[in-house]
Design a protein around this ligand. Structure first.
Ligand SMILES: [Ca+2]
Length: 429
């Protein structure tokens, strides 16, 4: 999983700018999905959804911040940790006898809390436990499980070792080490999230873009090469055919990349918005001889389906509490029951969204009217047709009430705070 990478930032998703030969090859050898949704439009809750198989109305961590400290600087904000009662895909796979490893950005509970990777089903972790720490690509330490491991080369602001490279290597070592056993690798890379720093962006030297944009593109290409190495290793170890690999991004892109890279094409919206551009993500799944090579699927699914899907792939019962469905039939080319609806809530500013068939409803605060868009003809969500379809709007309103479980940290808000309106008028136009 990449971090803050737009739907359209891969060659196989139509990018004319970013070079991703290995992910393009993965898509050519597997199944590429055009209608997969992230759990939330920001980092922490989307990971919470992915790991627990529940949508954002049911999870512990529904925003990067808590509701009571919105005015504090980001570094001083309290971060809500996963609870012991939260059951993750790590715990599920660990209990089923898989060796479990997680490398990269965790962000669901800092050291000393119940939310650390070692307490949430991972035998081995290396990377950034704190999500804000992950913004630093030349950090002078990373975490191994809950131990601090110094990176002396980066002491005193030196930039000798690119931390992403260490994470990518750890993932390969995990596969090497566990090649004789069943293993489950969760690999949340930190690229191409800011800071936009990379050792080398010469691949894009001829582009007329500013530095930041060259770096962002180079970060994606660097990750792509690492994924190429991962596939090469699987082949070397003769694990290629029996290893199922998923690739996705955690949510939509940031504003600086829309103009030059068209990162959210063909949608509107960005990170922090429940518009399609904030939620629609690439999803590629590769499983040689089982998944038909080069397939493109428009089946509609979301991050909360990953855990039940893994359960079926591992021959387990579905998790007891989940909002998801297994998409294994779709992977195998069979037809399957579609979701009745998809639901999202996000808290800064408060937004809810529902998708039913090709209808998408968005509400900014419970006192506001629901806007309704027909994705069949309006992928950019610009033409509000709520007045023409009161029955659909009523159904969506009912889902918005029902799917939000009350939680002291995450109250429904009547009014989205100041600035929210620009989400619907289109801040990126
Ligand atoms: Ca992110």
């Amino acid at each position: 999983m990449s971090d803050d990478q737009g739907y359209a930032d891969l060659g196989c998703y139509g990018s004319e700018f970013v070079k991703t030969p290995y992910l393009d090859q993965m898509a050519a050898e597997g199944m590429r999905f055009t209608q997969v949704y992230a759990g939330s439009p920001v980092c922490a809750p989307t990971r919470c959804v992915l790991l627990t198989g529940k949508h954002s109305g049911h999870i512990t961590r529904r925003d990067n911040r808590t509701t009571d400290d919105i005015d504090k600087p980001f570094m001083k904000r309290k971060l809500i940790s996963l609870k012991s009662a939260d059951y993750t895909f790590g715990e599920m796979m660990q209990a089923a006898g898989y060796k479990t490893g997680a490398y990269g950005k965790w962000g669901l509970g800092n050291p000393g809390t119940t939310g650390t990777p070692d307490q949430q089903g991972f035998d081995d972790f290396y990377g950034y436990i704190d999500q804000v720490h992950a913004h630093n690509y030349y950090t002078d330490f990373l975490m191994h499980n809950t131990d601090t491991i110094p990176i002396p080369e980066n002491k005193n602001g030196q930039k000798e070792v690119y931390a992403h490279d260490l994470v990518a290597d750890k993932a390969l070592q995990f596969i090497q080490k566990n090649q004789e056993k069943p293993f489950f690798l969760y690999l949340p890379y930190t690229t191409p999230h800011g800071k936009y720093e990379v050792p080398d962006h010469s691949l894009y030297a001829d582009q007329p873009w500013e530095e930041k944009i060259k770096s962002y593109a180079a970060m994606i290409s660097r990750m792509d090469e690492d994924i190429g190495e991962l596939f090469a290793l699987l082949k070397d170890l003769n694990l290629d055919k029996n290893t199922i690999v998923f690739f996705t991004s955690d949510h939509g892109p940031n504003p600086p990349f829309l103009k030059d890279l068209e990162s959210n094409k063909p949608f509107r919206g960005i990170k922090r918005q429940v518009l399609e551009g904030g939620l629609r993500v690439p999803m590629i799944v590769r499983w040689p001889e089982k998944i038909k090579a080069g397939t493109v699927s428009d089946f509609v699914w979301a991050f909360w389906d990953v855990m039940p899907t893994l359960a079926e792939l591992a021959g387990l019962e579905p998790p007891k509490e989940t909002d998801g469905i297994s998409v294994v039939p779709t992977l195998l080319g069979q037809t399957q029951q579609a979701h009745e609806f998809l639901y999202w809530e996000y808290h800064s500013p408060f937004q809810q969204a529902v998708r039913i068939d090709n209808w998408k409803g968005i509400r900014l605060g419970t006192a506001e009217k629901i806007h309704l868009f027909d994705l069949t003809v309006d992928l950019k969500e610009q033409n509000n047709v709520a007045q023409e379809h009161p029955d659909v709007v009523a159904k969506i309103a009912e889902i918005m009430e029902r799917e939000h479980t009350p939680n002291p940290y995450w109250p429904m808000q009547e009014k989205a705070r100041k600035g929210a309106a620009k989400i619907l008028v289109g801040m990126d136009k």
